[in-house]
Design a protein around this ligand. Structure first.
Ligand SMILES: Nc1ncnc2c1ncn2[C@@H]1O[C@H](COP(=O)(O)OP(=O)(O)OP(=O)(O)O)[C@@H](O)[C@H]1O
Ligand SMILES: [Mg+2]
Length: 610
């Protein structure tokens, strides 16, 4: 058969086989339970089918001469007992099945979560967050249905089918052959309907995904502001109603296809029973079979129909489930660029010596390098200011220092250790950041600040909030530190968010600090508060600051002037001004020489916009 397959089909088959093997490995931890499930299901279905034979015996009892009522009573008791035990066993098998299915889902979710925390930052910057999350959760939910329902249903129906057919052959093989031939007529239409229903299902899923993406875009905080700002409510409503409409049509078509299928299965089943009685009547007339056997046979035929169509249809679902497994594996196989070595060094009390040694880096090989040959060394407690035009690579330097990415060339060292040789925990504990656009969780202020050091006490958090200049805000808020900050911190102003971020860093108390100064001009009072909070924070720490404010730049121990991914000049403010290069030009353009070098407290301070 392999010889007549096209290469494409063969590849698909090989890929499916690979996915199936990998998926089977997930079941390995549950193999004893799976075996138990098999046994219980076999017992359940046998006890569910055997009563058909006993009913046949009851029917024959009065027909074949003197009826023994005691025997008939016993047969009835047997039937009842079998059905009862089978019913209890079916609950038991459901329990085992859930143990296996939910267990596998637990394992997969845990693996996915652990892995997605480790994949490279690149993955998150190059795909839409909402899309990843919805794809992962949709795939996991869909798979959950397959793993906890489909496989067990296929097992139960498959075993029912086998046992019922076996009993039919034992009862009367000629009738059995006729009934099986009739069933086979039913295979093709069933599979076709199965494919059709899957297509509808897929279309519906795609439409649902589009709709949730749309909802996520327009109903998020920033999205809803965007829609209002451009007055696009009508446009969005139209887009939505198109999707809404097609979802309605698809849902109706899907349900109706299911209805037609059910109806025809039932019809075919009833016809088949009539057929069995009709054929059986010949046998009875020629004294080859008893009436009871025909009745038993008809009962089994009836029992065989549903499992048969479910198994025929389920095969397409099993193939579909492999596709979902494959997608989950794609997430699990996403590369981890920044990984911890097996023998990584843990530094308990880092001093904070930061060294860039001829560092080169490209986000994407195709885009060309973002950094070239960056070298500098900062002693503990020193402060370096990065200045330069937009796109010069300032933020990139801070990303590499935090080991979001590894450099392509050269090395970054912390206390003499290459970052790549340190544990991820050492790097995370050593380096603290105050970002321009701080990420906050939709939780309380206190929990957001505590993220800096999870084990901090309430008092420590309060103190950090004070030091960061959050006292006024906390006093004003109805629930103080226990006020919720809203989705991504939208209830707070930009300056307040930045102070939360400062409080977080104070709590964390890292030897190395990365600061990204706000470019937006703040009012002078706030400006001064934040400046004071940051200078309190950076005192005694090795600090790398992307500086926009003149006061920061002037107070830095060293200024690195960056352009096109290189450090083109370095020195103190005076040295650089005296040299008259890019720095002097930027300075004169920006401040026009008007600003005093150390602005008086409270006066609006010029900001170095890059
Ligand atoms: N995730 C990314 N993927 C690909 N390229 C990137 C990525 N982030 C930044 N870049 C590119 O790298 C270069 C340096 O960017 P970087 O953000 O470091 O500049 P910057 O000096 O911080 O600029 P700004 O002052 O505007 O913040 C830019 O050309 C930018 O387009
Ligand atoms: Mg930047």
């Amino acid at each position: 058969m392999a010889a007549i397959m096209k290469p494409g089909q063969r590849r698909t088959l090989r890929r499916r086989a690979r996915v199936a093997r990998r998926s089977l490995r997930l079941f390995r931890a549950y193999k004893w339970r799976a075996l138990g499930l098999l046994v219980v299901v076999a017992v359940t279905t046998t006890l569910d089918l055997l009563p058909a034979l006993l009913i046949g015996l009851i029917v024959d009892e009065p027909i074949q001469g003197d009826a023994d009522f005691r025997r008939m009573g016993l047969l009835f008791a047997g039937i009842t007992a079998m059905y009862a035990v089978s019913a209890v066993c079916s609950v038991w098998s459901g329990w085992i099945n859930q143990q296996i299915g939910q267990g596998i889902m637990y394992d997969l979710r845990a693996q996915l979560h652990a892995h997605l925390q480790r994949v490279s930052v690149h993955f998150f910057t190059s795909s839409r967050t909402g899309e990843i999350l919805s794809r992962v959760s949709n795939d996991v939910n869909q798979l959950q249905i397959y793993v906890t329902q489909l496989y067990a249903a296929m097992l139960t129906n498959g075993i029912t089918l086998l046992i019922a057919m076996g009993l039919m052959v034992v009862l009367n093989w000629q009738l059995a052959v006729a009934a099986i031939l009739l069933l086979l007529l039913w295979v093709l239409p069933t599979m076709k309907v199965g494919q059709h229903m899957r297509r509808l299902q897929r279309a519906r899923q795609e439409e649902t995904a589009d709709m949730s993406a749309h909802l996520e875009e327009t109903l998020s905080v920033s999205g809803s502001m965007l829609v209002r700002a451009f007055g696009r409510q009508d446009h969005e409503s139209q887009r939505f109603s198109k999707m809404n409409d097609s979802l309605r049509t698809l849902a109706i078509r899907q349900v109706m296809a299911g209805r037609w299928f059910q109806m025809s299965t039932r019809l075919f089943g009833s016809v088949a029973i009539g057929f069995v009685f009709w054929l059986g009547s010949y046998g009875v007339a020629e004294n080859q079979v008893s009436v009871g056997s025909v009745v038993a046979f008809a009962l089994l035929t009836q029992r065989v129909f549903q499992p048969f169509s479910l198994v025929a249809r389920g095969t397409t679902d099993i193939i579909a489930s492999l596709a979902i497994f494959q997608r989950i594996y794609e997430y699990l196989d996403l590369p981890v660029d920044v990984d911890e070595k097996a023998d990584a060094v843990q530094v308990d009390h880092p001093r904070g010596v930061v060294e860039f040694d001829r560092v080169g880096f490209a986000y994407d090989a195709a885009d060309g390098p973002a950094l070239h040959d960056i070298s500098f060394r900062l002693e503990p407690g020193q402060m370096a200011a990065l200045v330069g035009p937009s796109g010069a690579g300032k933020t990139t330097v801070t990303y590499l220092l935090q080991r979001f990415y590894d450099p392509g060339e050269g090395a970054i060292r912390l206390d003499g250790h290459d970052l790549r040789d340190l544990t991820l925990d050492t790097v995370a504990r050593t380096i603290g950041t105050v970002a321009q656009d701080t990420s906050l969780f939709n939780s309380t202020l206190i929990e957001n600040i505590r993220y800096g050091r999870i084990e901090a006490t309430d008092e420590e958090v309060e103190e950090a909030a004070q030091t960061a200049g959050l006292r006024d805000l906390v006093e004003r808020l109805p629930e103080g530190l226990h006020t919720r900050v809203g989705e991504r911190g939208y209830h707070l102003s930009g300056g307040e968010k930045q102070r939360v971020s400062i409080a977080r860093a104070i709590l964390k108390d890292p030897p190395v600090l990365v600061l990204d100064e706000a470019t937006a001009s703040l009012d002078s009072l706030l400006e001064r508060e934040i400046r004071e909070a940051t200078s309190r924070l950076s005192a005694g720490r090795t600090t790398v600051v992307i500086a926009h404010r003149l006061s920061t730049i002037v107070s830095a121990d060293v200024i690195f002037v960056m352009q096109d991914g290189r450090i083109i000049d370095r020195g103190t403010h005076e040295e650089l001004l005296a040299r008259g290069g890019l720095y002097a030009r930027l300075y004169h353009e920006q401040f026009g020489g008007k600003a005093t070098v150390s602005p008086a407290d409270g006066a609006p301070e010029p900001s170095w916009q890059s």
